[in-house]
Design a binder for this molecule. Structure first.
Ligand SMILES: [Zn+2]
Ligand SMILES: [Zn+2]
Length: 321
C-alpha cells in the first residue's frame, strides 16, 4: 500500500510567501558559498542531503486530504483543499494511460469542518458523468453539508451540477465493513461537533487516519480505547497540530492534540511509523522542521529503545506501507 499526502495543514490553507522564498534562497546561497559545487552531481547531493527540508522544500499549504493506494478502488480521507491537487493527478494519470475512466472514489470524511470539505467544489472528477463518488462518514446529514457548501451565497456551482454519481453512506463507529478492499473501522473522537478516525486493514497491514482529535487526561488509562484502535499500526496519521503548552493551556478544548501526546500514545500502542499531521497553519517551514526534530528528541527521551519512525506530513509526501 502507498499513502500519498495531498493536503496536510490544519484549520486553514497557508501560503508560502515571496518573502519566505527569498529568505530560503539567501540561506541556501550562504551555505553554498562554503562548498565546492562545480558539477551537477555535487550540486544535487548538496541540495538533497545537506540542506534541511525547510530550505530545500516546503511542507505545503493545502488542508486535509490523504490518498491510500493499494485497495480495489481509489480511497481518500477528507476533502480539504488538497483534493484539488489529487484531482489534477487523476486527470494527468488518466491522460498518461495509467488510470482508465470511469473512476470510482471512496471518500472517508472525519467531520464536516470547513478544512475537511472545502476542496470538494473543485473536484474535477465529480463533474464528469460516469464517475462514481462514494462519501462515507458517521455524522448525520452529510449530504446536506455538501449541498449547503455549494449553495449561494457561498459558492456559484450547486452540487446538483456535478454529474458524477455521488452517494452518501453513514457508517457506525466500532463496526467493521469491507470497503474498496479494506477492512474499515471508524472510531468517535473528541472534537467540537465530533470527528471520526478510521482504521484501514488489508493484507495484514494497518493504516490509521486519526485527525482532529483531542486526547486528554483519560488517555493515561490502561483501557483507553484508542490504544487498541492504534495497536500495531504500520502507519498512524495523527493530529499533532499543537505543542504541549498550547494543547493543555491556551488551546485546551479546541479539539487537537500535541506532538508529545502523539508519541506517548503511539509508543503505548506499538505503532511502527508515526506521521504527525494537521500541521499548524501559522507555522512556517523552519518552525515545522524544529517541531519534527523536537518530537524525535522526545521519543528518544521517552522511549529510548523504541524503533518507531516519525515523520511530519507535507503536501507531496508518499509513504510505502
Ligand atoms: Zn481540521
Ligand atoms: Zn475540525
Amino acid at each position: 500500500m502507498r499513502v500519498c499526502f495531498w493536503g496536510t495543514r490544519g484549520s486553514l490553507p497557508s501560503s508560502l510567501t515571496s518573502e519566505a522564498v527569498k529568505t530560503k534562497i539567501v540561506k541556501v546561497l550562504t551555505l553554498a558559498r562554503q562548498r565546492r559545487l562545480d558539477d551537477d552531481d555535487a550540486l544535487l547531493a548538496f541540495v538533497e542531503h545537506d540542506l534541511p527540508f525547510a530550505l530545500r522544500g516546503t511542507y505545503g499549504g493545502n488542508t486535509s486530504c490523504v490518498e491510500i493506494r493499494g485497495g480495489t478502488g481509489q480511497v481518500l480521507c477528507d476533502a480539504g483543499s488538497g483534493l484539488r491537487d489529487f484531482a489534477t493527478s487523476v486527470m494527468q494519470r488518466q491522460k498518461a494511460g495509467l488510470l482508465k475512466p470511469p473512476h470510482e472514489f471512496h471518500l472517508f470524511l472525519s467531520h464536516p469542518h470547513w478544512d475537511h470539505i472545502q476542496g470538494f467544489p473543485f473536484f474535477t472528477p465529480a463533474f464528469i458523468p460516469g464517475n462514481k463518488i462514494h462519501i462515507y462518514g458517521c455524522h448525520e446529514g452529510l449530504r446536506d453539508v455538501f449541498v449547503r457548501q455549494q449553495e449561494l451565497p457561498f459558492f456559484p456551482v450547486p452540487l446538483a451540477v456535478m454529474r458524477a454519481e455521488i452517494t452518501f453512506t453513514r457508517l457506525e463507529p466500532g463496526k467493521t465493513q469491507e470497503i474498496a478492499g479494506f477492512q474499515v473501522t471508524p472510531i468517535r473522537q473528541n472534537h467540537p461537533g465530533d470527528s471520526y478516525g478510521y482504521s484501514f486493514i488489508r493484507d495484514g497491514k494497518k493504516i490509521v487516519y486519526s485527525t482532529d482529535s483531542e486526547h486528554k487526561g483519560d488517555a493515561e488509562q490502561a483501557d483507553y480505547p484508542f490504544l487498541d484502535f492504534f495497536r500495531n499500526a504500520d502507519l498512524l496519521i495523527f493530529d499533532a497540530q499543537y505543542t504541549l503548552l498550547d494543547a493543555i493551556h491556551v488551546k485546551e478544548n479546541w479539539g487537537h492534540s500535541s506532538n508529545l501526546m502523539a508519541v506517548e500514545l503511539a509508543v503505548r500502542s506499538d505503532v511502527k511509523r508515526l506521521c504527525l499531521y494537521h500541521n499548524e497553519h501559522t507555522c512556517d517551514d523552519e518552525a515545522l522542521d524544529r517541531f519534527l526534530e523536537g518530537t524525535r528528541k522526545y521519543l528518544r527521551l521517552h522511549a529510548e529503545d523504541s524503533p518507531m519512525a516519525i515523520d511530519l506530513a507535507y503536501d507531496g509526501l508518499e509513504i510505502e506501507v
